[in-house]
Design a protein around this ligand. Structure first.
Ligand code: ADP
Length: 634
């Protein structure tokens, strides 16, 4: 044992303590995954070394074969993992094995419920990583040395997983990391060659570098034990380089968990090799669940980039548009240079054409999922639908394709679930219907009962109900689908086109003519509050409604702009009334101009309320209404 210097005891970051506690208590049913996690880290460490060595070959220190070795000691009840990757300096060990660097970690931890089953899913999303060692070990020791540092600058990290760790500087002749797990009592089953071999085959077969176990060998009687021999137990070739037909689903799934740091299987994947002008392989995955930090700006996104099988960078963001940031995967190019940088990637025209091809692949994969596994697609939409809605604005070229993947709630269902596609909507459209009708609003309950839907209900026409914050903005980028244009039913002068019969139209015109006088009176009464007053043909039950001008901002957009501190252009609604409603008839017959004015204002305010808007002068509304109530009761 070499001398330890600068020994100190440090505390884990609070989040690490919480994570350790949860991991030990909620992942007990699948303990063996600790090995997958540690091998995954070792493989990443080797990838990093290989990459850094491209510009600094001296880091290879003579160039022994890059590999991972797993060994065990039945008597001491230990399992040991050793890699000759990039290694860690003392400072690296303190930061990487004492804190969690992911953005939003504290928020994430707050969401944990204490319900072990639920939390184990959440932890899966979060990624278990190194700390999973404590599922099976009650003491973990890490010996490491960063490539390029002197042998005397090794580090010895040790912890019982209970809030603190010890750190000391030691000699370490070989570069890389050795992790010694002191198994908990009852976990000694892992100190077994057969067991370890099976776990490695099951979870880590796809790891591209050799994973070795000691070869079982019996020393002959009276002879000295022979020198230890090792044998490779995994396949040790990059999975994406193998032909599709030879890769099993389980292998694809385990590979996903390795690159995505996810605990669950992916929903779907697409593996392709492109030859010709550009040559590259790609393996793209759709996760089953949204990561906890999907909406955080700094959250990791992008693909793992390899150039001719050599790992070059994580989170290469230039290969997919932002609205597909949840896609995980690998791209391995034969055309790029090994010393390509993020800056170069952003400008390289090769990347542009790869990006558009990869984007298509993802959209095709999603189309297939929607078609063949609609239940799975529902799950996908719940997790990633909001992000997909960013698509039409970002990716003009694929607008129609993305629109086909969108799912909406509609008047056709009654649960507010977003599961109607535009194709489905059109397939059951009324005869002669050449528009796609939609209504946006704050909540499902509000839009579902909106007076704007009355005429649609009467005629049995389906309307899409859009209540996500992003929806109005989304619709500003969608003008048509399959040749049918979108119509916001709360906007402008609703024209039902062929859906209104000639008689209907004639009758409506006549009514409008006969109410010209009333229109003028209301206009005078409401004055500045409205841009226009007109007879409505979209109401059956309500007395009045407010329509938005064709070019005006809707409520959602106004609120978004206001929330971001921008000045919102003033726009006045159109007041439409239902001439057949008893209140309007009453209004029409009202002799007192004062009462006429009050009632008009009340109808106006009520229409605003029904649309989910707030009143400019709520007190005036209450005053007018009360005045009427008093008159009623005498
Ligand atoms: P993640 O791998 O998701 O970043 P982990 O908790 O598994 O999280 O590991 C934390 C960090 O510790 C890694 O990002 C890496 O920097 C470092 N690390 C872990 N294992 C090794 C290893 N075998 N060699 C070098 N560094 C490692």
């Amino acid at each position: 044992m070499s001398v330890e210097t600068q020994k100190e005891t440090l505390g884990f970051q609070t989040e690490v303590k919480q994570l350790l506690h949860l991991m030990i208590h909620s992942l007990y049913s699948n303990k063996e995954i600790f090995l997958r996690e540690l091998i995954s880290n070792a493989s990443d460490a080797v990838d990093k070394l290989r990459f850094e060595a491209l510009s600094k070959p001296e880091l290879l220190e003579g160039g022994a074969e890059l590999k991972i070795r797993v060994s065990f000691d039945k008597d001491a009840k230990t399992v040991t993992l050793e890699d000759n990757g990039i290694g860690m300096s003392r400072d690296d060990a303190i930061t990487h094995l004492g804190t969690i660097a992911k953005s939003g970690t504290a928020d994430f931890m707050k969401n944990l419920s204490g319900d072990q089953k639920k939390d184990s899913h959440l932890i899966g999303q979060f990624g278990v990583g190194f700390y999973s060692a404590f599922i099976v070990a009650d003491q973990v020791e890490v010996f490491s040395r960063r490539a390029g540092l002197a042998a005397s600058e090794g580090v010895h990290w040790s912890s019982k997983g209970e809030g603190e760790f010890e750190i000391a500087t030691v000699d370490k002749a070989d570069r890389g990391t050795r992790i010694v797990l002191h198994l908990k009592s009852g976990e000694d089953e892992f100190a077994d060659g057969w067991r370890l071999r099976n776990i490695i085959k099951k979870y880590s077969d796809h790891i591209a570098l050799p994973i070795e176990l000691p070869k079982e060998q019996a020393a002959a009687e009276g002879e000295e034990a022979p020198a230890q021999e090792w044998e490779v137990v995994n396949r040790a070739s990059a999975l994406w380089t193998r032909p599709r037909t030879e890769v099993k689903d389980e292998e694809y799934q385990e590979f996903y968990k390795h690159i995505a740091h996810d605990y669950e299987n992916p929903l779907s994947w697409s593996h392709n090799k492109v030859e010709g002008k550009l040559e590259y392989s790609s393996l793209l995955y759709v996760p089953a669940r949204a990561p906890f930090d999907l909406y955080q700006r700094e959250a990791p996104k992008g693909l793992k980039l390899y150039v001719q099988r050599v790992f070059v960078m994580d989170q290469a963001e230039s290969f997919l548009p932002l609205y597909l940031r949840f896609i995980k995967g690998v791209v391995d190019s034969n055309d790029l240079s090994l010393n390509v940088s993020r800056e170069i990637l952003q400008k390289d025209p090769i990347i542009d054409s790869m990006k558009s091809a990869l984007t298509k692949r993802v959209l095709d994969m999603l189309e297939k999922l929607a078609k063949n596994e609609p239940e799975q697609y529902k799950g996908f939409w719940k997790n990633f639908g909001q992000v997909m809605k960013e698509g039409p604005a970002e990716d003009f070229a694929n607008k129609e394709k993305i629109a086909g993947l969108l799912r909406f709630a509609s008047t056709h269902g009654d649960d507010g679930e977003q599961n109607v596609s535009l194709a489905e909507y059109l397939a059951r459209a009324k005869e002669g219907q050449d528009k796609i009708y939609y209504l946006t609003g704050e909540t499902y309950a509000q839009v579902k009962n909106s007076p704007h839907l009355e005429v649609f209900r009467k005629k049995g026409i389906e309307v899409l109900l859009l209540t996500d914050r992003i929806d109005e903005w989304l619709m500003s980028y969608l003008s048509d689908f399959d040749g049918k244009s979108f119509v916001d039913v709360a906007r402008g002068d609703l024209d039902l086109g062929n859906l209104d019969s000639e008689e209907d139209k004639k009758a409506a015109e006549e009514v409008a003519k006969s109410k010209e006088g009333l229109v003028e009176r209301i206009k005078t009464a409401l004055g500045d509050a409205v841009s226009e007053v007109r007879v409505s043909h979209r109401l059956t039950d309500s007395p009045a409604i407010l329509a938005i001008g064709e070019q005006d901002l809707g409520m959602q957009m106004r609120q978004i702009l206001q929330a971001s501190g921008q000045k919102v252009p003033d726009s006045k609604p159109i007041f439409e009334f239902n001439p057949a409603h008893p209140l309007i008839e009453k209004l029409d017959g009202e002799q007192s101009e004062e009462r006429f004015g009050d009632l008009s204002h009340i109808l106006f305010d009520q229409a605003a309320l029904a649309a989910g808007d707030s009143l400019k002068d709520p007190a005036a509304y209450v005053r007018r209404l009360n005045k009427l109530l008093v008159e009623l009761s005498v």
